[in-house]
Design a protein around this ligand. Structure first.
Ligand code: FES
Ligand SMILES: [Fe+2]
Length: 385
């Protein structure tokens, strides 16, 4: 029986989890419910990995900036006068007020509280009354940097200065995205929405990492794609799957025979970003699983098309994902979360056999291995300054 939350001080148990795909079990249920696990994930996964911040189209000119939160850490990315994109913790070195809000444009960064000022390269550049204090070290007042990387026009940040570049640990994903949607670099943001899910963030990722549930769980998706063509593969920090689109009148939204995208391509960037291209006109979407609480996740969706106003076919694609496909997944994730609290459940067997990718949960195992490795590796000092 599941004896509930990990006891204070007790080592986090792995139960029957094994790396052998033919004998694979899920992570134990307490990994999805225990606040201590959630807290460890914050420090050991999200403070050390790449987090989607925004799109380069919002950072195209000198002084343009976007702010974001990596869970409880406020950050921003700004386009410097020298053209370089830089990221910083969004905290004033005086008395900790956030410096920037939302997105926009700044010349000098001026704190709204007492007007301490910083250059867009992070250097402290002045404050009233400094002549009244002794031993003020201007370099200590500089903003604290974070790593920034641009990937497929998407801006990612990482709080860990020792982090490996995203492009190195997810090679070829960009090429696959461009193969699926050659006009990707020309696309512009057209639509965003968010959904709250009463489930742990990992239950939402698990659901995204297999299409074993698709045949029974998404009847309309089966009308859109040809599951006999489904393929799945992995890199160190990314999973990919492709599937050919179907033709015909019963599709859940219109795909014309001469539409530029005839193949679906989906990728997951560890730890919490999904990307994809669906059959139809040139399109690209991203969804980010944002952990809110052990049993709550917000999923932020963003869509890019050839123009900022979706055409009727593009609006139908959005509506299909937003109102039909994703609500089916949300219900599965919330059902799983309720089941994970059952006294009768702790772990389940995974079908992790790559011979039949349409039935396989081997990418769920891939994801669980990364979570296991992150939480059970020997700790190192926090990357935060
Ligand atoms: S907190 Fe920023 S100037 Fe005081
Ligand atoms: Fe699904």
């Amino acid at each position: 029986m599941n004896d509930g939350a990990t006891q204070k001080g007790e080592q986090l148990g792995i139960g029957r989890f094994t790396d052998d795909p033919s004998r694979a079990w899920t992570l134990p249920s307490e990994w999805y419910t225990d606040p201590a696990v959630f807290d460890a994930e914050r420090r050991r996964i999200f403070y050390r990995n790449w987090w989607f911040i925004g799109h380069v189209e919002d950072l195209g000119t000198s002084g343009s900036y976007v702010t974001a939160r990596v869970l409880d850490q406020e950050v921003f990315v700004v386009h410097g006068k020298d053209g370089v994109l830089r990221g910083f913790f969004n905290v004033c070195s005086h008395r900790a007020h956030p410096l920037l809000r939302g997105k926009g444009h700044c010349g000098t960064i001026i704190c709204p509280y007492h007007a301490w000022a910083y250059n867009t390269d992070g250097r402290f550049c002045g404050a009233r009354g400094l002549n009244l204090v002794a031993d003020f070290d201007r370099t200590e007042a500089n903003l604290k940097p974070i790593k920034v990387e641009v990937f497929a026009g998407l801006v990612f940040a990482n709080l860990d200065d020792a982090a490996r570049p995203l492009a190195e640990s997810a090679p070829e994903v960009l090429g696959h995205l461009l193969d699926a949607c050659p006009r990707l670099p020309e696309l512009t943001h057209a639509y965003s929405f968010s959904v709250d899910i009463a489930a742990n963030w990992k239950a939402v990722v698990d659901n995204n990492e297999e299409c074993y549930h698709c045949a029974g769980g998404h009847p309309s998706f089966m009308r859109l794609i040809d599951m006999t063509t489904y393929r799945a593969w992995e890199y160190e920090s990314a999973t990919c799957h492709t599937v050919a689109g179907k033709r015909g009148k019963s599709l859940p939204y219109e795909v014309a025979a001469d539409d530029p995208v005839q193949q679906g391509f989906f990728s997951f960037l560890w730890p919490n970003t999904g990307l994809g291209v669906l059959p139809g006109r040139d399109n690209f979407f991203l969804f980010q699983m944002v952990p809110i609480a052990p049993d709550r996740t917000r999923v932020d969706w963003h869509f890019w098309f050839m123009q900022p106003e979706p055409t009727s076919a593009e609006a139908a694609l959005i509506a299909y994902l937003r109102d039909e496909l994703f609500p089916e997944d949300k219900a599965f994730c919330e059902g799983v979360q309720r089941g994970l609290q059952s006294l009768a459940y702790r772990q389940g067997r995974l079908i992790a056999n790559t011979e039949r990718p349409d039935l396989s949960e081997h990418q769920v195992l891939w994801f669980h291995q990364r979570v296991r490795d992150s939480l059970t590796a020997r700790d190192r000092s926090s990357p935060a300054p």
